[in-house]
Design a binder for this molecule. Structure first.
Ligand SMILES: [Zn+2]
Length: 335
């Protein structure tokens, strides 16, 4: 069954729905195939995305459907190619840009396994938020699978810095689940300094984070277009700031929409660990590149993390001690 969504942006308010992950320890995939279409932020062309159910232990794989025989690319930090403004997955044959908002929605909605076909070089930007992808996942529904879900538990603090730019990102042991603590600081009075903490679950994500849009400064947009980027960017898919003003006539969706979007981005970035992370994430003026460095530092230290089963249960038991560093092990779990 395929359902089509390319209508107006859904408003992701309202009570929890049946798609919410429960406390179950099972992996989940999509119950049905779904598709949507939208404009690519960078190329400016219309692009369709199809998402399909996938077997347990395969993780999220994205494939260029417009390139004959293109292999799927695992959504894993080891496959990230650093590009300006967005997260790009690449395998040496093809690449797919702007994956982060889709991955954030899959992560937060508890979808462990899915095959994603992208009919172009990037995932469409939609309205600049994760809300359309949450809507898609809700349309598809979630289906439990036999295999147990495994999570990555943080065992000791890991921090990476960009001291020149006064940025840092850290993971530390925490209670069950993932807690996000994010701070941003911009010179523009339209943003200023914003901080927010949230414990990630599907309902909180949907209510508090999913609708927060990506943002940029008008002067930067002009520079990007001059080099052929952000050709699809508009006030329909980004909050655009000119000095101390938000140019979008509809205003902001949340008073602190900017920090909420950074949290959304971090959820997508951390999903590239290859499994849900259990611990506390702290981001200070962080971004995609620093978050990727954080995962690299985490998996470079085998004592910093362990696999656990059953993240919905409080009686977690470590099933592995220290072992070989990722990416080999995490990727192996997903193939
Ligand atoms: Zn973003």
């Amino acid at each position: 069954m395929t359902r089509l969504y390319n209508g107006p942006m859904p408003i992701a308010d309202g009570p929890p729905v049946s798609v919410l992950p429960g406390t179950g320890a099972k992996q989940h995939t999509l119950a049905n195939s779904v598709r949507c279409s939208g404009v690519g932020l960078h190329c400016g062309d219309p692009i369709a995305v199809r998402m399909h159910p996938a077997p347990a232990d395969t993780g999220v794989r994205l494939r260029r459907a417009d390139v004959p025989n293109a292999p799927p690319i695992q959504a894993n930090w080891a496959n990230v190619r650093e590009t300006p403004l967005c997260t790009t997955l690449a395998d040496g044959v093809t690449q797919i840009a702007t994956v982060e908002h889709l991955l954030a929605a899959l992560a937060a909605m508890g979808v462990d396994n899915a095959d994603v076909e992208v009919h172009g070089p990037e995932v469409p930007i939609m309205d600049g938020s994760a809300a359309p992808f949450v809507f898609l996942i809700e349309c598809a529904g979630r289906a439990p699978q036999q295999a147990a879900r495994r999570a990555i538990r943080i065992e000791k603090p890991v921090t990476v810095h960009d001291t020149a730019q006064d940025r840092s990102a850290a993971l530390a042991p925490g209670s069950n689940g993932l807690t996000l603590d994010v701070t941003i600081a911009f010179n523009s009075p339209a943003i200023g300094q914003q901080a927010r903490t949230a414990r990630l679950d599907a309902h909180t994500f949907k209510r508090d984070l999913a609708r927060a849009r990506t943002f940029g400064f008008l002067a930067e947009v002009d520079q990007l277009r001059a080099v052929g980027l952000a050709l699809g960017g508009s006030l329909d898919n980004a909050v655009v700031i000119d000095d101390d003003r938000v140019l979008n006539t509809e205003g902001l969706r949340y008073p602190d929409e900017f920090v909420r979007h950074k949290m959304l981005d971090s959820v997508g970035d951390l999903f590239l660990a290859g499994a849900p992370i259990m611990g506390r994430y702290t981001g200070r003026r962080t971004g995609h590149a620093l978050n990727r460095r954080l995962l690299a530092a985490l998996f470079a230290d085998p004592e910093a993390w362990s696999w656990i089963d059953d993240p919905g249960d409080t009686r977690h038991e470590a099933v592995h001690g220290a072992g070989p560093a990722l990416p080999e092990r995490a990727v192996a779990q997903r193939e």
